[in-house]
Design a protein around this ligand. Structure first.
Ligand code: NAD
Length: 497
């Protein structure tokens, strides 16, 4: 059986120590093993990255841009292949996996233009004969710790910007679907990236703890669940590192009575059950306002029953399996608890069996009506294909509901009213907002990140925020006096004159 190896200093590293199983979620079969790294592997990767930093940080902007251009082209050429690798380990459809590659590639495209973003400013004659300019420099070795649900895109939010700004990178991808990271490492090498600039250490908590405690790592980017985001933020901050830590979500889609209900239900269904609900921007709560409720629920029910569930690589599949057997258990228990707590289970996805894939990690789409804010199905991030409908009377009540929720990643409003949309986007305590757009994932030249428990600390990823995170500023004050011309050296604090 294949063992997925670490990638250190431009080559696959020999596997020493423990390994963990990697499953095919559609069949339930173990299809590979992955090396589980710890202190020794992280240290080897950091040492390689530190050596590479010496020269990479001195490379020109245009040299780095050329590598990014070549890398971007390779991502285009290998989109199908990488999509299939992701689908086989994650379970999402190949088309969906290609979608995440495209969205990740957009960050590479942004990184190709960083020469513009990295331009400093210059102030002429701030004092007599004195000018000031600023520029930004890379931090050094930086690390990324990423979740299973976007094995290509989430790391791509981080490493192209870190590398294009002159840093070197150690990635610790999810141990559940590790092959995409390996494939990306090989593409970087083909693109001409020097050895040691991009490294991959596989593993779980041991590898994460080794990263958080390593004095050679300047900054840590984390994306995953909120409890681990908190832990990573706390430990890395304590160790004096910069941290960006994105957490979990519970995303509400609000539907006003003036909305096109067929359109809204169509998009909410896709946003709730696409990728089996395993997206941090998945719609998990539909908030039906006033008289929209009955008709909306009727259409949602019809559409949930129409979702085609199957293996991710089969023609026509819209929704694949979940990542693990325990994820199926968690989601199905969530539906059972919702029923016990008084929700109406309109569509029950529990116990779904897919032909010829009886051991696959499948559960069907579930739709819950009459869910209230006190129920676990509303409070918990189930991270599966479960859509909960909460009924409220007014838009203000919907906004209050969203703002009382501890998460604040994404939200959407379906309406025909510009006034309502404006009130909504100004009023919600959420980082990413869609107006008639169910999954409002920002483009790479904007930042991505939620509010409250969806982002611990203060730094979202990519866009200019990403560039700021991976660089630090220098401000230079310059005087070029005429030869032998003396100016008074003041003993008081310098002021302009
Ligand atoms: P997770 O938190 O279990 O794992 C994330 C990373 O942390 C993985 O690399 C994992 O190996 C590591 N990890 C897990 N347990 C750990 C521990 N005890 N100590 C140290 N490290 C540990 O998340 P997941 O299940 O892989 O991904 C799903 C979660 O990620 C959901 O909560 C989802 O909302 C969230 N997510 C958020 C965003 C966002 O942008 N906010 C994007 C994608 C996913």
């Amino acid at each position: 059986m294949k063992t997925i190896q670490h990638w250190i200093d431009g080559a696959a590293a020999p596997v020493q120590g423990d390994t963990a199983p990697v499953f095919n979620p559609a069949t339930g079969a173990e299809q590979a093993r992955v090396a589980l790294g710890g202190g020794a592997e992280v240290d080897a990767a950091v040492q390689a990255a530190a050596r590479a930093f010496e020269t990479w940080s001195e490379s020109s902007v245009s040299q780095r841009t050329q590598v990014m251009f070549a890398f971007r082209q390779l991502l285009v050429e290998h989109e199908e292949e990488l999509g299939r690798i992701i689908s086989a380990e994650h379970g999402k459809t190949v088309d969906d996996a290609r979608g995440e590659i495209v969205r990740g590639r957009e960050v590479v495209e942004y990184a190709c233009g960083l020469g513009d973003v990295l331009k400093g400013s210059f102030s002429d004659q701030v004092s007599r004969g004195v000018d000031v300019h600023n520029f930004r420099q890379p931090l050094g070795v930086v690390a990324g710790i990423t979740p299973f649900n976007f094995p290509a895109m989430v790391p791509l939010w981080m490493h192209p910007i870190a590398i294009a700004t002159g840093n070197t990178f150690v990635l610790k991808p999810s141990e559940r679907d590790p092959s995409a990271a390996q494939f990306v490492a090989e593409l970087y090498k083909k693109a001409g990236l020097p050895d040691g600039v991009f490294n991959v250490v596989h593993g779980g908590k041991d590898a994460v703890d080794a990263i958080l405690g390593h004095s050679g790592i300047e900054a840590v980017s984390f994306v995953g669940s909120t409890p681990i985001a908190r832990y990573v933020h706390e430990q890395a901050t304590k160790a004096g590192k910069r941290v960006q830590a994105l957490g979990g979500a519970k995303n509400h889609a609000v539907v006003l009575p003036d909305a096109d209900l067929e359109f809204a239900a169509n998009h909410i269904t896709a946003g709730a059950y696409g990728s089996a609900g395993e997206r941090c921007m998945a719609v998990s709560v539909a908030v039906a306002v006033g008289e929209a409720a009955d008709s909306l629920v009727e259409i949602l029910e019809r559409k949930a029953r129409e979702v085609r569930v199957g293996p991710g690589d089969a023609e026509g599949t819209e929704m694949g399996p979940l990542i693990t057997e325990s994820a199926v258990e968690r989601v199905e228990n969530g539906v059972a608890t919702a029923a016990a707590q008084g929700a109406t289970v309109l569509v029950d996805g529990r116990g779904l069996k897919v032909d010829n894939h009886e051991n696959g990690f499948f559960t069907g789409p579930s739709l819950l009506d009459h869910v209230s804010a006190e129920m676990d199905a509303y409070k918990d991030e189930l991270f599966g294909p479960v859509l909960a409908v909460v009924r409220v009377d007014t838009l203000d009540e919907a906004i209050a509901l969203i703002n009382a929720n501890p998460y604040g990643n994404g939200t959407a409003l379906f309406t025909d009213s510009g006034e309502a949309a404006r009130r909504f986007q100004r009023g919600v305590k959420v980082g990413m907002i869609g107006v008639n757009v169910p999954v409002p994932v920002p483009m790479s030249y904007y930042s991505f990140g939620g509010w409250n428990d969806s982002l611990i600390g203060d730094s979202p990823v990519h866009g200019e925020e990403g560039v700021r995170f991976y660089t630090r500023p220098k401000v230079v004050t310059t005087r070029w006096p005429q030869p032998r011309q003396q100016t008074a050296a003041g003993f008081s604090f310098p002021t302009s004159h």
